[in-house]
Design a protein around this ligand. Structure first.
Ligand SMILES: Nc1ncnc2c1ncn2[C@@H]1O[C@H](COP(=O)(O)OP(=O)(O)O)[C@@H](O)[C@H]1O
Ligand SMILES: O=C(O)C1=C[C@@H](OP(=O)(O)O)[C@@H](O)[C@H](O)C1
Ligand SMILES: [Mg+2]
Length: 172
């Protein structure tokens, strides 16, 4: 059975949606950030602070490949940057994966991230104005990689249940 991969910008809902989907279809869910934290015994913030982003990107690639090589069917929630480094975007197309881009507008992302930034080192120190500008530019740069997903689901103005239903329809 194919692995289900959820990807998209920070705050689009990868972790939330993957968790809910997992409960509905009884397929275990692994969040790549949580997997990295468990394997290294460090938080994402500590990895960025103590070792830098490049080191994080290497770990992220290694553990993404490790998850893809697990024999069982799982849902994988990626980090927002995962498809954009180390040619990880090429791993979204293989026969053994169903990759889904959770596409959100700048407004949706801003509204969800504004009160949820402390555990996200790329935006933790930004003011609201800086953050909106950052998200706009960053999303533009990253869209190229996100668009390598096999499927795209728009999440704007949708409840968690509505997005999960859209995904279930894709998988049916
Ligand atoms: N309709 C929705 N779908 C998904 N997340 C939502 C929704 N409405 C609010 N949220 C909130 O937005 C945030 C999304 O964060 P998260 O799931 O961690 O995203 P990601 O893993 O993509 O960074 C969570 O705090 C979640 O509770
Ligand atoms: O966009 C990014 O580069 C990152 C997104 C984060 O995951 P979420 O998208 O789950 O917040 C986490 O992997 C790290 O802070 C870097
Ligand atoms: Mg997440």
């Amino acid at each position: 059975m194919k692995k289900i991969i959820l990807l998209g910008y920070m705050g689009c809902g990868k972790s939330t949606i993957a968790n809910k989907l997992s409960g509905m279809i009884q397929i275990p869910y692994i969040d790549l950030d949580e997997y990295i934290e468990k394997k290294t015994n460090l938080t994402i913030n500590q990895i960025f602070e103590n070792h830098g982003e490049i080191y994080f990107r290497k770990l992220e690639h290694t553990f993404f490949v490790e998850l893809l090589n697990l024999p069982e069917q799982i849902i994988i929630g990626l980090g927002g940057g995962t498809p954009c480094y180390a040619n990880n975007h090429e791993l979204l197309k293989g026969d053994s994966v169903t990759s889904i881009y959770l596409k959100a507008s700048i407004d949706t992302l801003f509204n969800r991230l504004v009160s949820n930034k402390s555990k996200r080192p790329l935006i933790a120190d930004k003011s609201e104005e800086e953050m909106r500008e950052f998200i706009a530019k960053h999303l533009f740069d990253r869209s190229f990689y996100y668009n390598h997903a096999k499927y795209k689901v728009s999440v704007d103005d949708k409840s968690i249940e509505e997005t999960v239903n859209d995904i279930l329809n894709l998988l049916a």
